[in-house]
Design a protein around this ligand. Structure first.
Ligand SMILES: Nc1ncnc2c1ncn2[C@@H]1O[C@H](COP(=O)(O)OP(=O)(O)OP(=O)(O)O)[C@@H](O)[C@H]1O
Length: 694
């Protein structure tokens, strides 16, 4: 693949390189709150580490200076045995920090492991792990802590860490499981799965980073909770009171009646140290929220700088882009007599299996997609379009089940593979390398905390692990150029892009591996018409240039007619008409197609009244016998209520060839104009076949 050194050199693809990480750290440290918190924390850690070297006295050594207030020789005063409180505080910091950090690390690892595994894996694994967490959750924490501590009084810090872990992990696991459950269903995770990323990568790159704020809060909360628990247990005499910690200082102060004798210096330093440490952890936590959430980070919410910076005179750095490198030769334009089939779907049936039975969402669907062809799928909501799209990509999930049919994919070298027989590994290769998907809503399908460049690169990493970082970066730049996004936008987060740009980014993800087929499920929904047109023009330009085939789903019939080479109309899970787009528009052969066309404004020409279709789409669980459209059809006759019409070839008098599933054509024989004097009391096939769209 040809690289573009200039573009590569100038564009940062958004992958979190070491330079970027350094920048993130610098940004984190620039927040005054975080900086204050980190400095305080660092001071405590350093004091704890160097305590043996800087303590002026042995913390347990007694002296004659009993209950001496702070002075030059004892900066924090002495206990009633003349022990130096500063030395006890320094040694105590060690025990408190070990307990706090130790308990937080173990508890967080356990919570993250159990919570994320249960939430992501689901099924029996989730049930067992959730049951375990629930058992620990219903145990009353305080009594359990006291009982466990009472049995482990001499185990020192390790005992306390154990107690805190046992009583604390379940809450975090519960929260993280709930978060994972909701993230698992998010479009960007589905999209990552669809691109063939491995489970562990999805967990590490999509699930875990999106929960970092919760994990960090839980970690820091556990540190302070552990220190407080240790202090409380020690204060109650349930810890090893011979080991110096801030808690044992409080215990001895309380036993020595420090409060009653007015020896404030005995208990205030320990209490203050706990409070200050807690505050520093909260400050760090605020900073981490901003650090993790790119929206907060860039908004700098609440900072004066952000308010001042609402208007910036600075112009963004322009990145020169030398134009895309296209690897495919320019495609041969698609023609209706092409026989180069890339996807062949035969008698496909997809059912949703529920307690009340099987719902056939797609029935007996057959079609061929030819190289370079755009197949548009039309139909009202619930007609089975998305179910069909997901089934051909094998991305359908239970309760959807392919119960019948065949799907064959033919590679450019002529080899044909059975898509339904593919195992998981083969599917991973098939999806995105051969067939990719552009999902409906780009905002949901993009990971909010990853830069656009990194998300495109993820797909490449998943499929081309051996490609080196430079080549990958060049490919990202190339793809952005192909879809018309400036290369420096690789560094942007999804929320920083307009809706149109996000959708283009999704198209870039879809194109990342040069697939032969792209399935687009309503790729421009939620975009305004101007942007919609730009995106569609881009897709068509790319299709002509790169030569892929498209399965295009949209509710917008005028758009579909404009873009598609062939249109398949679905009703009640079946294809009821399939025709070249022009024939479909000029000579629709099925009453439902006519109804659909009558519900949309024309693409040009004189104004006409929109008629619509009476009634609602059928309930797929209770499809009427015979033709599913009969109850709404203005041309229905008796046989329509009992006979299921086959999809037959129809040639209209005005020319063109369509397939239509309508008894108005069936009784006349395929390809033959209908007999006007036929058995239809209300209308004639000729009226249908000859009627140009009004
Ligand atoms: N998980 C499910 N369980 C049961 N039935 C389902 C499920 N998902 C979809 N269906 C049913 O399958 C049928 C086809 O749905 P599908 O989403 O494929 O239609 P569609 O034409 O794509 O609709 P839309 O245009 O609104 O997306 C609908 O009747 C729907 O109720």
């Amino acid at each position: 693949m040809a690289l573009q050194p200039a573009a590569l050199a100038e564009a940062d693809t958004g992958v979190e390189s070491s330079g970027n990480l350094t920048r993130l750290w610098v940004r984190l440290l620039r927040s005054p709150m975080t900086l204050t918190g980190l400095v305080i924390l660092l001071v405590f850690v350093v004091l704890a580490v160097i305590a043996p070297w800087i303590s002026p006295y042995d913390p347990s050594a007694v002296s004659d200076a009993a209950l001496a207030p702070p002075s030059g020789s004892h900066w924090l005063g002495t206990t009633q045995n003349g022990q130096d409180i500063l030395s006890q505080m320094l040694y105590g910091a060690r025990a408190s920090m070990v307990v706090g950090l130790g308990a937080a690390v173990i508890t967080t690892v356990l919570s993250v492991g159990v919570g994320i595994t249960a939430g992501y894996v689901g099924g029996i694994g989730d049930e067992l792990l959730s049951l375990l967490a629930n058992v620990f959750l219903v145990l009353p924490g305080l009594p359990l802590t006291i009982i466990l501590a009472a049995y482990l009084p001499h185990s020192g810090s390790l005992g306390i860490i154990l107690v805190i872990t046992v009583t604390g992990w379940a809450w975090g696991a519960r929260v993280l499981r709930a978060q994972t459950l909701s993230l698992r269903k998010r479009d960007f995770v589905e999209a990552a799965r669809a691109t063939g990323e491995k489970t562990w990568r999805i967990i590490l790159k999509d699930i875990l980073p999106n929960q970092m704020a919760v994990i960090a809060a839980s970690f820091l909360g556990t540190v302070i909770f552990a220190i407080l628990t240790q202090a409380s247990l020690a204060f109650l005499g349930l810890a090893d009171v011979t080991q110096w910690s801030w808690g044992t200082i409080l215990y001895w102060a309380q036993t020595g009646s420090a409060l009653l004798t007015g020896a404030w210096w005995w208990f205030v330093p320990a209490g203050l140290a706990i409070a200050v440490l807690g505050t520093s952890l909260s400050l760090v936590n605020f900073g981490i929220d901003e650090f993790i959430n790119p929206r907060l980070r860039q908004a700098g919410i609440g900072t004066k700088k952000a308010q001042r910076g609402q208007v910036s005179a600075k112009r963004p750095r322009r990145v020169r882009h030398q134009g895309p490198v296209v690897r495919r030769p320019a495609a041969t334009p698609f023609t209706q007599d092409s026989t180069d089939v890339v996807l062949d779907v035969r008698d496909l049936r997809v059912e949703y299996v529920g307690e009340s039975g099987r719902t056939p969402a797609v029935s007996d669907v057959s079609f061929t997609l030819r190289r370079g062809e755009v197949l548009g799928i039309a139909g009202e909501s619930g007609s089975g379009k998305s179910t069909l799209a997901y089934a051909i990509t094998r991305l359908h999930k239970p309760p959807a089940e392919i119960s019948r049919g065949e799907i064959h994919y033919t590679k450019p070298d002529g080899t044909t593979v059975d898509v339904l027989a593919m195992d998981e590994d083969e599917l991973r290769g098939f999806r995105w390398e051969e067939l990719s998907i552009v999902f409906q809503s780009a905002m949901n399908a993009l990971n909010p905390i990853l830069r656009i460049g990194a998300q495109i690169e993820d797909v490449i990493v998943a499929h081309r692990p051996k490609m080196d970082a430079r080549e990958r970066a060049a490919r990202v730049v190339e793809l952005l150029g192909i879809v018309g996004i400036p290369a420096d936008r690789a560094n942007s987060y999804p929320h920083e892009l307009s809706g149109g740009m996000r959708q283009r980014a999704m198209i870039a993800v879809g194109l990342a591996l040069d697939p032969e087929i792209i399935v687009m499920d309503e790729p421009t929904t939620a975009l305004d018409v101007v942007i919609q047109r730009q995106i569609i023009e881009k897709i068509m330009e790319l299709k002509d240039r790169l030569g892929f085939s498209v399965v295009f789903i949209t509710h917008d019939l005028s758009l579909l007619i404009e873009l598609s080479d062939t249109i398949a109309v679905m009703y009640g899970g079946k294809v009821v008409e399939m025709a070249p787009a022009d024939d479909f528009y000029r000579r629709p052969q099925h009453p439902y197609s006519r109804g659909l066309l009558g519900s949309f404004p024309t693409l040009g020409g004189p104004k006409r009244e929109l008629t619509g279709i009476i009634g609602s789409p059928p309930d797929l669980r209770r499809l009427p016998s015979g033709c599913a459209f009969a109850p709404r059809c203005p041309h229905a006759f008796d046989a329509c209520a009992t006979q299921v019409p086959p999809l037959l070839q129809v040639t209209g008098p005005g020319g063109g060839t369509s397939l239509a599933a309508c008894l108005l054509h069936a009784d006349t024989g395929a390809g033959t104009p209908a007999d006007p004097g036929g058995p239809h009391p209300r209308n004639t096939p000729n009226e249908l076949a000859t009627g140009e769209t009004r």
